[in-house]
Design a protein around this ligand. Sequence first.
Ligand code: HEM
Length: 339
Amino acid sequence: METLKRSSKVWLRELRSNLNIFWGTIESEISKNGAASYVFPLQRCIFGFLCASLAGVDVSVSPDIAESGWKTLNTWLALQVIPTTKLGVLPQPLEEILLHTWAYPSQIVAGNYKKLYDFIDENAGDCIRCGQEDFGLTREEAIHNLLFVMGFNAYGGFSVFLPSLIGRITGDSGLQERIRSEVRRVCGSGSDLDYKTVNEMELVKSVVYETLRFSPPVPLQFARARKDFQISSHDSVFEVKKGELLCGYQPMVMRDGNVFDEPDEFKPDRYIGQTGSELLDYLYWSNGPQTGTPSAANKQCAAKDMVTLTASLIVADLFLRYDSITGDSGSIKSVVKAT
Ligand code: HEM
């Protein structure tokens, strides 16, 4: 949380300058090849942005890390999440037996992880010092923890979430028109895009929330009960004993027909207005309600508000650059520059 707080001073500037590079790459790919696969360029952009904002390091100080760091994170993440993630690449029970039974050997990625470790060790002095002096971590712990938050929580989370958000928008020209007019109305007549203006964009925020409800980036949560307690659903009460393993499945929680009207429909306006904003109590993508507060005593995403704010900024930035965009969750086929 302290790292996030420190990064908030440069967050917006770094986000927009890395988005500039990203959209530049996409435009030149489209003009060369007629379409652009965007997931890898987006990951490179997220990596550069997070190095600058969270670790305070301009990734260009190491061309090798700028080129390979995000690829290393992809391998490092895959080894950790494959054992608990439904891939659907093999028929069951083969997927369970072959992919979900063992932990994968860390040696596969150890050499490249060490390069990332050294990069942080050599360049992220201020952030490491904060971990050591203000929070009593050893230098090693500070570096591994910073890499974990950057690489797993932030890079991993955004890598899953942003393609589903971009795919949702690129596939719906009617929605684009409405978002574009909201963004241009709020940012018109001299006011720039910033935390305050983006907060006035009700439709942009609602689309971000609805994407998180519809396709929660982290679908499963596990926890062991710390004490005996009861848990209630709409019509039943369940006894839970201390030590029992609980699993929460977000796609089911957030498509509860008692709470969400037409739960299987993507409704861009769902969270607008008084009744809409009351639904935020039931938006659980961050492992807690969107109206909750992450703290050391719970397991809610520390960046709950930064994530929705950043995603809203990305959408607003898109419609300040372009009038329209076509594509899907993997590739962009065309962009029409803002007139
Ligand atoms: C789209 C992006 C993100 C998503 C979808 C996401 C989602 C989540 C979820 C579901 C959890 C709970 C994990 C569990 O205990 O099962 C979590 C925890 C956490 N997230 Fe995020 N997150 C994102 C971005 C970030 C960012 C940008 C940061 C920090 C810079 C961050 C920091 C954390 C931390 C530190 C925790 C652990 C909290 C704890 O255990 O007390 N997350 N996140």
